[in-house]
Design a protein around this ligand. Structure first.
Ligand code: SF4
Ligand code: SF4
Length: 309
């Protein structure tokens, strides 16, 4: 079997491909978002990334209404769709088997899927036309999520195929994975984007569902095992969770003596709100807003304290 055929055998669940990004790794990059994440961050702006399988989404604003349409209900063999009080539809997620027949039947695309199974070759072929920009700008592809390490076999296939095509690869990770998986991925990268959300294990677990111990240990192991790897440590600034000087100083202290590490803050935004509605899930952080003064103050702190090695 040749290398091409081997690539085709491994499939992964991709929910978005974002082109011409300049914020997620060096140069101009294409970001490939994979589904599945071991964390459940309260502020997550990509709720469609949390589960590993394709999901059914419903955009109420696009629905024509049951009096004129209701085709989705006709095609649902599991009695999961009923009429809602506003004349549109309601989905019983307990009954839904994710067969997606209603998606094909819906004339207005109110029903749609988050996530598509793809091979590594399909992913790389779909971004072939951008390759010339990567070479000129020092860019490439960034695998994001969700948590890419959740689909390590698929990620490794993408990385192998990208290397074969001389495309630079990097990854955005929450760091919560077996060291063996992180080690496998790190061997292909010149740089990595690694999130540290908080140094407080109790608070970390309260807001993300897991302790930070494995994440911090993985960062230390990564630094020691791959000294040439450029690590960009990033902290999403979340109001009420980690937006104090004390929180950020603790992270800066942790990475202070690590060579070849850069640090940046990512301001919280509420862009995922509508997608929670599409999935019938509550958005816990809906009222929270990061104050501009807080962000500026913490940015100044980072600039003053952090030495770039
Ligand atoms: S995905 Fe299938 S089971 Fe679920 S609502 Fe649509 S048709 Fe029914
Ligand atoms: S098929 Fe689509 S547009 Fe028609 S009722 Fe169902 S969700 Fe609405």
């Amino acid at each position: 079997m040749n290398a091409k055929n081997q690539v085709n055998k491994k499939m992964g669940c991709v929910f978005n491909v974002q082109r011409y990004s300049v914020h997620d790794g060096p140069g101009i990059r294409t970001i490939i978002f994979l589904k599945g994440c071991p964390l459940s961050c309260r502020w997550c702006s990509n709720p469609e990334s949390q589960y590993a399988e394709p999901e059914l989404a419903f955009n109420r604003n696009k629905c024509i209404g049951t009096s004129e349409c209701f085709r989705c209900s006709t095609f649902c063999a599991f009695d999961a769709i009923s009429e809602a009080a506003d004349g549109k539809i309601s989905i019983d997620r307990q009954k839904c088997t994710k067969c997606f027949r209603c998606v094909a039947a819906c004339p207005s695309k109110a029903m749609h899927t988050f996530g598509k199974m793809m091979s590594a070759k399909e992913v790389l072929d779909s971004i072939e036309s951008e390759s010339m920009f990567y070479a000129r700008s020092g860019g490439g592809i960034t695998i994001s999520g969700g948590e890419p390490l959740h689909q390590i076999d698929f990620v490794e296939e993408i990385f192998k195929e990208a290397k074969r095509r001389r495309i630079d690869v990097t990854m955005e990770t929450c760091g919560f994975a077996d060291w063996e998986k992180l080690q496998r991925a790190a061997g292909y990268m010149k740089s990595i984007l690694f999130d540290i959300k908080s140094m407080d294990p109790v608070k970390h677990e309260e807001y993300t569902g897991v302790s930070n111990e494995l994440i911090l240990q993985n960062l230390q192991c990564l630094r020691e095992a791959f000294p040439d790897l450029q690590i960009f440590v990033r902290t999403p600034l979340i109001p009420g969770f980690n937006d104090t000087e004390e929180d950020i100083k603790a992270i800066l202290t942790f990475i202070k003596d690590m060579p070849n590490v850069k640090y940046e803050l990512l301001p919280y935004h509420r862009m995922g709100q509508q997608k929670y509605e599409y999935l019938d899930r509550p958005y816990e952080m809906i009222e929270e807003k990061l104050q501009d003064e807080t962000y500026s103050k913490l940015q100044s702190l980072v600039s003053a304290k952090r030495e770039i090695h």
